[in-house]
Design a protein around this ligand. Structure first.
Ligand SMILES: NC(=O)c1ccc[n+]([C@@H]2O[C@H](COP(=O)([O-])OP(=O)(O)OC[C@H]3O[C@@H](n4cnc5c(N)ncnc54)[C@H](O)[C@@H]3O)[C@@H](O)[C@H]2O)c1
Length: 245
């Protein structure tokens, strides 16, 4: 499996799962666009990747940023072969403490951002009759995890959107899939109350160890590859067997 000569955008790749995905794509010779609100973090990751990879400061929930990001990618590489929608806000708030502005803050990034990025990237992919879109969802959608209701709803939206978009983009030979991680020790998780959940979640997993960002990346890399061309509209759980379906 090679990404030689291919350009892949990975959002939220300045740290955590996104950085692991970027690293494994670059190891397969991809030119990776590290898109993140954290500019210095994005540049630091991109500088380690090679193959002409670069960082771009972009907020996926901001239409102007998404347009500018795509213009820069086309200007620098002339192509978009794959898009990995990984950026998200991961809250820890009881449902009855989520007011409407907080609900919208989460939806803006976790669901609107996926829509905006898919819309912009697929416009380029359609013209070339090739594309791979991989949306990073969450197994909290299947588990109904508490203290994350807006996030769980957004990730359910991502899974539904993935299925519908696969149907609409199939005629252009663009595949759209989702990867649904379980709890892993990203920087974001380790700095949040979610870090307290590893013992509990580990007890539910078939595989009894702590998940890591590098455990999620291979599934994303596969679905972003040319070889995954007959897979579309699916959601792949990657969670050590926490949720079986
Ligand atoms: N870590 C887990 O246990 C876990 C489990 C299930 C799903 N996920 C999903 O995996 C993905 C990555 O999670 P993580 O734990 O690595 O997160 P993280 O918090 O460690 O990193 C998220 C990255 O996204 C960036 N980001 C945030 N908002 C952004 C925006 N508006 N535009 C661009 N970039 C933005 C941040 O700056 C950061 O670099 C997310 O979609 C998350 O929902 C994570």
């Amino acid at each position: 499996m090679t990404f030689e000569g291919r350009t892949v955008i990975v959002t939220g790749a300045a740290q955590g799962i996104g950085a692991a995905i970027a690293g494994q794509l670059a190891a397969a010779d991809a030119t990776v666009v590290v898109a993140d609100t954290n500019g210095p973090g994005a540049q630091a990751v991109a500088s380690r990747l090679g193959h002409g990879s670069f960082g771009v400061v972009a907020d996926v929930g901001e239409p102007d940023d998404v347009a500018a990001l795509h213009a820069e990618v086309i200007a620098q590489t002339g192509r978009i072969d794959a898009l990995v929608n990984n950026a998200a806000i991961v809250p820890f708030t009881p449902w009855d403490e989520v007011d409407f502005p907080e609900w919208r803050r989460i939806m803006r990034v976790d669901l609107d951002g996926v829509y905006l990025m898919c819309r912009a990237s697929s416009a380029h992919m359609r013209g070339r009759g090739y594309g791979r879109i991989v949306n990073v969802a969450s197994n909290t959608f299947f588990a109904g995890t508490p203290n994350m209701a807006a996030y769980v709803a957004a990730k359910g939206g991502v899974i539904g959107f993935t299925r519908a978009l696969a149907t609409e983009l199939g005629p252009y030979r663009i595949t759209v899939n989702a990867v649904s991680p379980g709890l892993v020790a990203s920087e974001g998780v380790m700095a949040s109350p979610h870090a307290e959940a590893f013992d509990f979640v580990g007890g539910l997993q078939a595989l009894k160890r702590r998940g890591l960002p590098a455990d999620i990346a291979p599934a994303v890399v596969f679905l972003a590859s040319e070889e995954a061309g007959w897979v579309t509209g699916t959601t792949l759980n990657v969670d050590g067997g926490h949720v079986r379906h």
